[in-house]
Ligand binder design. Structure first.
Ligand code: NOJ
Length: 764
């Protein structure tokens, strides 16, 4: 039985009973709940505490309050004194300890505060943004980065992080694509497991780790028009086959928390969606932890025209299955005691929610160790080890999109001067991506500085911005906290472009860094176009016209449209984090070889959206070039695409069975050879296509992958098991999981265009 299952022994039937006082149980330290005995002990401690709590104290436990000064709202000190359940957006150990002390000294029951924070890809050591890490196709690496992030977070006193963000999306206009795992549910599920294991460790309560909050449940990535917060209308088949799988994976890996999404899913706002939070999340996915609303989402039940007033919002959220309210400012859950007296919520449901919150505090060991060691906290941040991991993560996330005539890697002996061009090339803040906060003093490095410090051989590195990066004037909530980095851009004239072009002309190679500023993506960072913002396209055209070797380095979190002549080399670096410049210098000169692959399909323009590889076959399957009259409907780069400095060749796919029964497994394998001149990594990808069945199925679906390292000339056999789990799908008509009797085509190769070269049958 897995740890998650054992924890599920939490038979909370007692919670449902009246809160009678029970015999005392010795308060032994309780940090690991892996046995039935520990579970009973935990249950007893919660039961005893619950029995002493007033409805007001219970309601207070069901709030996580933002660390901002909002008019008319109680400040943190008042909240701490009165026994608030959780505070978020505080990350200084001294402040955490101060607030904790206020709670423990002044609140009647001395229940410790759980501190929460958005730690998506690091705190002080910043790893590549999640979509970048997804491009590594390396779950082990992702787990390591999240373990390092968890260590830093826990060290400063943060016990709960609002991640992983698991919203599959097929719409890159949506800014939050940068926080997530990309377009594919299979890849997203592997990432979900890795992130939860990294953040929480082998079990919830592992020292030095945190509680992971999988978000945003569910369907947020399907918002209309790619606009942030917009309604999501998702078919039954898509919900189960595309949007829910990564949440299932996170829950199976033991995620202690789930955050309900902002938007209405098929008309019902997520925080008030009983079917979603009960039937699906708890019933079908077996979630046992606590559900938090997104920030202000309980109040938003009014905004959505769903709830009548604040009490109605609180009652309906709680009754739907939201256990805790996240709020900046006034709490709606404060109304719950009155709702209880009026009989509109039950004591049983209130106790259930509170018990879930108390359980996590016990399991984290907060009752026994409520304070952090301030000295150790600062010593443990941005260690050499975690910065080295940041270099490795940035290298392994990079995707080589184009490399005409083997321009890359550059030859150190032939290059004497490098021109770094573009506003993002000299920026220290942008490489960190949107979910990074100044107050944590993140380690930052511009690409130009990273190159200067690392290229060696006396190579001269010069920098010219060329143009300015437009910045949004209306800040997102994150920007409001991070104002020092937000500034409007002055209008560009041509002189900057001329200057940068002259620099390119006088250098041996131009490294042109193009993309989007970190505050043009992320929450409230949707765009209606995928064009390069500002005058970057003009800059590209002008630098290309010099005829000098040009390497475009992309710093972005979504696909962008490059128009006109393409540069000979394009390296996708994403927002690479604290050590992007160091990683870039190693990638450019071949000390590291790009091996990442795209976690999404790269459309030609915004007009093609949504475009994704796992689509159904149309009425006119061969007519992909005539489905738009003004553009092909094929993408620029397919899902799973990425080049290397070497090449790989594949032999025909082998299967150990040609026919299996439903419910049986088979093994497929392929020989991969590094047929090029140097060692490198390949991500071997397995795709299946079901030819017929009780539902039309996608043209292909990813069902396995492995990132391998091969020396030049080396051959390896890579095998994948195909189990019932990979063959089943949710059939919307039957409203059930199905494995059809059918023929399945198998492709194993370098990206989602790999040819099918074998097939097997499933027969009853
Ligand atoms: C709103 C975002 O949707 C969510 O992802 C985040 O965790 C909270 N704000 C808190 O910052």
């Amino acid at each position: 039985m897995g740890v998650g299952k054992r924890a599920s022994l939490l038979a909370i039937s007692w919670l449902l009973a009246a809160s009678a006082v029970t015999p005392a149980v010795a308060d032994a330290p309780l940090e690991e709940v892996t046995t039935a005995r520990a579970q009973r002990q935990l249950d007893a401690r919660i039961r005893r505490l619950l029995a002493q709590m007033t409805p007001e104290e219970k309601a207070a436990q069901l709030l996580t309050a933002a660390g901002m000064n909002i008019a008319n709202a109680p400040d943190h000190d008042t909240r701490a004194r009165s026994g608030v359940g959780s505070i978020f957006f505080v990350s200084k150990p001294a402040e955490i300890n101060r607030l904790q002390k206020l709670a423990l000294d002044n609140s009647r029951l001395k229940i410790p505060i759980l501190f929460g924070y958005d730690v998506l890809h690091g705190l002080k050591t910043v790893f590549p943004v999640p979509i970048g890490l997804a491009a590594s196709w390396d779950p082990e690496l992702i787990e390591q980065t999240q373990a390092a992030a968890a260590g830093e977070a826990r060290g400063v006193g943060i016990g709960w992080v609002f991640g992983p963000m698991l919203d599959v999306t097929r719409d890159p206009r949506w800014g939050r694509i940068v926080e997530g795992p990309g377009e594919d549910p299979y890849l997203a599920s592997a990432i979900a497991r890795a992130q939860v294991r990294g953040l929480q460790g082998p079990q919830l309560g592992t020292p030095g780790r945190v509680v992971a909050g999988a978000k945003h449940f569910a369907g947020y990535g399907a918002g209309s028009g790619g606009r942030d917060y917009d309604e999501a209308n998702v078919s039954d088949a898509e919900l189960w086959n595309v949007y829910l799988p990564p949440f299932r994976a996170a829950i199976d890996a033991g995620a202690g928390n789930v955050m309900a999404a902002y938007m209405p899913l098929n008309g019902i706002p997520a925080a008030g969606n009983h079917w979603l939070l009960n039937d699906v999340l708890r019933g079908q996915l077996g979630f046992k932890g606590w559900v938090v609303s997104d920030n202000q989402a309980v109040r938003n039940l009014l905004t959505h025209g769903f709830a009548r007033d604040r009490s109605d919002a609180a009652e309906r959220a709680l009754n739907a299955g939201t256990d805790m309210e996240m709020a900046t400012g006034l709490s709606n859950f404060q109304e719950l005691p009155a709702s209880l007296s009026a009989g509109r919520i039950s004591g049983k449901r209130l106790n259930e929610a509170v018990a879930r919150v108390l359980a996590v505090k016990f399991r984290l060991g907060l009752f026994d160790h409520p304070y952090v060691d301030e000295k150790a906290a600062s010593d443990g941040l941005a260690s050499r080890e975690s910065l080295d991991l940041a270099v490795r993560a940035a290298e392994r996330s990079a995707v080589l999109l184009r490399n005409e005539n083997g321009l890359l890697p550059l030859d150190r002996t032939k290059i004497h001067s490098i021109a770094v061009i573009g506003p993002l090339g000299g920026s220290t803040r942008d490489p960190a991506g949107p979910w990074v906060f100044a107050e944590n003093e993140p380690v930052l490095q511009s690409l130009a500085d990273g190159l200067r410090q690392n290229v060696a051989n006396g190579i001269e590195v010069s920098y010219a911005p060329g143009v300015t990066m437009p910045r949004r004037l209306i800040g997102s909530p994150i920007e409001m906290m991070d104002r020092q980095y937000s500034r409007p851009a002055p209008a560009d004239d041509d002189s900057g472009i001329a200057q940068a072009t002259a620099l390119a002309r006088s250098s041996d190679v131009a490294i042109l860094v193009l993309g989007e500023g970190q505050n043009m993506i992320g929450e409230m960072g949707s765009r209606s176009s995928l064009d390069l913002p500002g005058r970057q396209q003009d800059l590209l055209d002008s630098v290309l016209a010099t005829g000098k070797p040009v390497v475009v380095v992309l710093m972005n979190g979504r696909p962008l449209t490059l128009r006109g002549n393409l540069p000979p080399a394009i390296l996708e670096l994403w927002y690479p984090g604290s050590q992007g410049g160091t990683a870039l210098s190693r990638l450019l000169f071949g000390d590291a070889v790009p091996g990442g692959k795209l976690p999404y399909t790269w459309p030609r323009s915004a007009g093609q959206i949504p475009t994704f590889y796992a689509h159904l076959t149309t009425h006119d399957p061969k007519g992909s070039e005539r489905r738009y009259w003004d553009d092909p409907s094929s993408p620029v780069y397919p899902f799973g695409f990425g080049l290397s400095y070497t090449t790989f060749s594949y032999k025909a796919v082998q299967l150990d069975h040609s026919t299996i029964r439903p419910g049986a497994s088979l093994t497929t394998s392929v020989q991969v050879t590094n047929s090029g001149p140097r060692a490198g990594d390949e991500v071997v990808q397995l795709y299946l296509h079901q030819r017929s069945g009780s539902s039309a199925r996608p043209v292909r679906e990813l069902k396995g992958f492995r990132r391998i390292h091969l020396d030049a000339g080396e051959t390896r056999t890579v095998s994948f098991e195909i189990s019932p789990e990979q063959l089943r799908y949710w059939n919307a008509a039957a409203r059930d999981w199905m494995i059809d009797n059918s023929t399945f085509d198998v492709a194993i190769g370098t990206d989602s265009m790999a040819p099918f070269s074998a097939s097997f049958n499933v027969e009853r």
